[in-house]
Write a protein that binds this ligand. Structure first.
Ligand code: NAD
Ligand code: IPM
Ligand code: MN
Length: 363
């Protein structure tokens, strides 16, 4: 199979985890006789430094000419006091908007070999398997106005939480579609006791639910959901929620798996061109040390193989390889509890070695 993959490394550990993921993809390419063409694009702080903008037009073109996009992470202290339009995060929001990547899927699955690595007790997390469906192109992140204002004669600031019916409907439909192929349970998370956008969200969720008689819909307030994620994570199958709630709840949920460095995601678009990115950020505190956990990025690449290229077997081989390395007890520092650990590059080498020994199943 011939595919073009746009690579947007970004900043900090984004570069490190994407670099080794490309190596792993080259191992898949070679082993399964595919041809992957890699096209690099600038985004984030790196792009600001080199071109004066966090999302150069050329990057958007590279993405649009590709079959899928892999993104590392953006941001860092160097750019934290830049004006809003010149922040690295603007680049990330820009690519999500320009490619209409409205559905961000963040699966939370526990690994048997990491059950004792989590801060939560084994019996609470053994068997957890749910997915957060986060709305990604609307809500507080994109609402206007978003600016400094004067309020009652004082300095103030305003951000706007706004959703159109169509934006809510399409993400809820995505969640129901997903649930109908899973355990048929949707938890729609909102703040309907306070927010009008949430009350509209609930109304639309009820309407969509009528088209999926086999799927059960429950509504849950976001504060309660934050608690239930720790107290009873096994109760969830598909969680669907607005942009900011989904951002916060998924970082929280990463602790079930043991590390933020374990969580992949797929940002799916209306156009068929999808982007795959780890849930974590550029981790300036550990950048440049070759100690970041590349698993989230590597598993994001597995999601790409499955969703964008329909390479189910290759995706499984990659996921199994990650599993086998974890089972062997080898860990990056985030999961090693101060014990012996391996580097970002070493973890990728282990995965590559397993891929090279895997069975090739021709499609
Ligand atoms: P972060 O996700 O970068 O890091 C949070 C903590 O988790 C840090 O202690 C970090 O060392 C650790 N961590 C994250 N990923 C890890 C990995 N793969 N392996 C081991 N440890 C890992 O969040 P932050 O520190 O709040 O943000 C840092 C910068 O990243 C900010 O500029 C923020 O805007 C940006 N950010 C970008 C994205 C993205 O590009 N998708 C996501 C989140 C944050
Ligand atoms: C994420 C990040 C981004 C978000 C930031 C960097 C804009 O936290 O991808 O989860 O909030 O969406
Ligand atoms: Mn986040």
């Amino acid at each position: 199979m011939e595919k073009t993959i746009a690579l947007l490394p970004g900043d900090g550990i984004g570069k490190e985890v994407l670099k080794v993921t490309v190596d792993v993809l080259k191992a898949i390419e070679e082993h399964f006789h595919h041809q992957f063409q890699f096209q690099y694009g600038l985004i984030g702080g790196d792009a600001i430094d080199q071109t004066g903008t966090p999302l150069p037009d050329e990057t958007v073109e590279i993405c649009k000419n590709a079959d899928a996009v892999l993104l590392g992470a953006v941001g860092g202290p160097k750019w934290d006091s830049n004006p809003p339009a010149l922040r690295p995060e603007k680049g990330l929001l820009g690519i999500r908007k320009q490619l209409d990547l409205y559905a961000n899927l963040r699966p939370i699955i526990t690994f048997q070999s990491l059950l004792d690595e989590s801060a939560l007790k084994r019996e609470y997390i053994d068997g957890v398997d749910f997915i957060v469906v986060r709305e990604l192109t609307g809500g507080l992140y994109f609402g206007e106005p978003s600016e400094r204002i004067t309020k009652d004669g004082e300095e103030g600031a305003v951000d706007t939480l706004i959703y159109k019916r169509s934006e809510i409907k399409r993400i809820i439909v995505s969640a129901f579609e997903m649930a109908s192929k899973r355990r048929k349970h949707v938890t729609s998370v909102d703040k309907a006791n306070v927010l009008e956008t949430s009350r509209l969200w609930r109304e639309i969720a009820e309407e969509v639910a009528k088209d999926y008689p086999d799927v059960t819909l429950e509504h849950m307030l976001v504060d309660n959901a934050a608690m239930q994620l720790i107290n009873a994570p096994k109760r969830f199958d598909v969680i669907v929620t607005e942009n900011m709630f989904g951002d916060i709840l998924s970082d929280e949920a990463s602790m079930i798996t043991g590390s933020l460095g374990m969580l992949p995601s797929a940002s799916l678009s209306s156009t068929g061109l999808h982007l795959y990115e780890p849930v974590h950020g550029s981790a300036p505190d550990i950048a440049g040390q070759n100690i970041a956990n590349p698993t989230a990025m590597i598993l994001s690449a597995a999601m790409m193989l499955r969703h964008s290229f329909d390479l189910e077997n290759e995706a499984k081989v990659l996921e199994d390889a990650v599993n086998q390395v974890l089972q062997s007890g080898k860990r990056t520092a985030d999961l090693a509890k101060g014990g012996p650990s391996i580097s970002t590059e070493q973890l990728a080498e282990e995965i590559k070695a397993i891929i090279a020994k895997s069975q090739t199943v021709s499609k």
